[in-house]
Design a protein around this ligand. Sequence first.
Ligand code: SF4
Length: 117
Amino acid sequence: MNKLFSCQGCKNNCTIEITKDDEHIKYNGYKCSKGLSYAKLNSAEESKIVTARAILTNGKMSKIPVRTTRAIPSYLIADVIKLIENTKVEAPVEKGTIVIKNVLNTGADVIAQRRVV
Ligand code: SF4
């Protein structure tokens, strides 16, 4: 399977090609590590939205459900979940509040999934 997309990492707009076979995924056309990260984010079969629960302080519950605003590459999912589970959020929190900005430089934020007062 081949997939072409235009990297939005900067104004160069490099065309990146993702090639998949049964065993390997190859990325060609990127000019920097940021482009490679974007390519991995665009490889749908190896990325997904991450949901987890962060620590809630000063609230009625001890945890708050959160999710990423973009798909996270599979190789980073465990690290993102670990980071979220160790993140403290102080109530009150509005739904959609950014809990972690640009988590692990993926371009995705982690946001609260519900309002907690
Ligand atoms: S691969 Fe790097 S240089 Fe090319 S558009 Fe993306 S961020 Fe810019």
